[in-house]
Design a binder for this molecule. Structure first.
Ligand SMILES: [Zn+2]
Ligand SMILES: [Zn+2]
Length: 241
C-alpha cells in the first residue's frame, strides 16, 4: 500500500507538478499542504480585536466598528459575521485558485479553516440551517460549481446541520462586487436574492467565500428575514481588513 501511495504521489507530481498556491514555489511530492511553509505561516485569523457584529479587525479595539454602531446597528438583517482568515495575499491566492482555477480539491484544506472559525463562535451553536450565497445560474453553469456551496456543504455535513443549497435564489446576474465602491455594492445586490423555502422562526447561517463590505450577506439576510427567519448569521472564508 505504501508503494502504491508512493507511485501515486510521484505519478501525480510528474503529471501535475505541485506548486505552492501562494508563491508558486515547487513543493515536494509528499508534501500535503497547498501552501509552502512560509505562505502557510502567513495565514492568520482576524482579531483578536474585531467588531462584535461584522467581524472587521479593529486595530484600536472597541466593541463595534464605525458602520455597526448606534442607530445603524438596529437596521442590519445579518446580525453576526465571522471569517476564518484575513484576506492576506496568501489567502487571496487560495481563494482565487479555488474559485476560478478549478482547484476544487482545495476545499478540504479550506473547510478545516471554516470549521475552526465555526467552533470559536458561540452563537453558531444554535444554527438550524446552513445555506451558501448562491451564484446566478449563468455564472454557476459557466464555472461548473459554486465555491461557497462546497464550503457550506462540507461544514453542514461535519456539524450535522441541515443544509439547503437552494434556499436562496439569485434573481439578478449582478456585476462583480470587487470592482465597485461601497454604495454601488449595496445597490448592485439590492433585491438580488429570493428565499425559496419556509424559514419562519429558523436560525440560519449563510456561507460565502469573501466578505468585503458585507453588502452581499446583508442582501441575502434581507431576503431570509423577509421570509420571517428568526436570525441570520454569516461565516466567510476570508475577510478584507
Ligand atoms: Zn509559498
Ligand atoms: Zn462592524
Amino acid at each position: 500500500m505504501k508503494i502504491l501511495n508512493f507511485i501515486k504521489d510521484h505519478a501525480l507530481n510528474i503529471l501535475l507538478p505541485r506548486v505552492c498556491h501562494g508563491c508558486e514555489r515547487d513543493l515536494p511530492a509528499s508534501y500535503k499542504l497547498p501552501l509552502c511553509g512560509d505562505c502557510n505561516a502567513a495565514l492568520r485569523e482576524p482579531g483578536p480585536l474585531i467588531c462584535g457584529r461584522c467581524g472587521v479587525t479593529l486595530p484600536d479595539g472597541g466593541n463595534r466598528c464605525y458602520s455597526c454602531r448606534g442607530v445603524k446597528a438596529a437596521g442590519f438583517k445579518c446580525s453576526l459575521i465571522r471569517s476564518a482568515l484575513v484576506f492576506t495575499p496568501e489567502a487571496r491566492s487560495l481563494v482565487h485558485n479555488f474559485k476560478y482555477g478549478g482547484h476544487v480539491y482545495l476545499q478540504k484544506f479550506l473547510a478545516e479553516k471554516m470549521r475552526a472559525a465555526f467552533d470559536k463562535t458561540t452563537e453558531f451553536k444554535t444554527v438550524e440551517i446552513i445555506c451558501p450565497v448562491p451564484l446566478h445560474s449563468f455564472k454557476q453553469r459557466r464555472r461548473g460549481y459554486n465555491q461557497s456551496a462546497l464550503l457550506a456543504q462540507n461544514l453542514a455535513e461535519n456539524k450535522n446541520i441541515f443544509y439547503d443549497e437552494k434556499l436562496l435564489l439569485r434573481k439578478k446576474n449582478t456585476s462583480a462586487q470587487a470592482k465597485l465602491k461601497k454604495a454601488e455594492r449595496i445597490k448592485n445586490v439590492e433585491n438580488a436574492f429570493e428565499c425559496r423555502a419556509d424559514v419562519k422562526g429558523k436560525i440560519i447561517l449563510l456561507v460565502d467565500d469573501v466578505c468585503t463590505t458585507g453588502s452581499t450577506l446583508e442582501a441575502c439576510a434581507a431576503a431570509l428575514k423577509a421570509a420571517k427567519a428568526k436570525k441570520v448569521y454569516a461565516l466567510t472564508l476570508a475577510r478584507e481588513e
